[in-house]
Ligand binder design. Sequence first.
Ligand code: IPE
Ligand code: IPE
Ligand code: MG
Length: 234
Amino acid sequence: MLKKNENRILPQHIAIIMDGNGRWAKKKGLPRTAGHIAGAKTFKNIARYCNKIGLKYLTVYAFSTENWKRPADEVEGIMNLLRDYLKDAENFKDENIRVRFIGDRTPLADDIKELMAKNENDSKNATGLTLYIAINYGGRDEIVKAAQKIVDSGIKADEINEQLISDMLYTCDCPDPDFIIRPSGEYRISNYLIWQSAYSEFWYSDILWPDFTEKHLEKAIADFNKRNRRFGGI
Ligand code: IPE
Ligand code: IPE
Ligand code: MG
């Protein structure tokens, strides 16, 4: 395991697109929901590991603004998993993980919204990993909402700059992700952190999310250490 303070650069903020649950289940002849259950276990394991190695920020994509297009029973299965996770307050106790949710909560069930607020409040003083869970999140929707906030607050055109827009996003109090991981063999961003990922390093793998382990994360971080980030310079 990577140890805290080991001599390598840990990204400041890792963002993960937790993809491939459905294909994982299909390969095993199981219903898609079984893939989501397995994916939720992987998520807990990886979040814990990120906290252990001293990562500051982790953002995971759990449900996109586009995922409502899926069959109602699959959406319900995912929402029930979210509910179970949120009820299990032990997830956060003693772990020193600060949990925040990003995305539009409006269409979520009231009990889920309450549990989200409770989890955020219960973990607000944690000083370890800050874990952002993206639920009903879409990068374009986030930018539209930022534009609406700007207009509503009467800000003048010449007062708008990149920092102001960043400050209007769900991620306003964390640095942009320096590293984005997408397993499952897809090479696309799927409306994830589209403003924040302007200079992120990307890491793709064919591994399906339920099969993703600490070892894969270690490999990804090792690869991140080989990247030459130029930000437009030389
Ligand atoms: C990711 O796995 C979970 C969500 C999008 C909620 P998928 O369900 O997209 O898995 P695949 O891509 O169909 O294999
Ligand atoms: C992205 O995965 C969203 C989440 C992992 C929550 P999708 O499976 O929804 O993405 P597409 O449809 O393959 O682009
Ligand atoms: Mg998918």
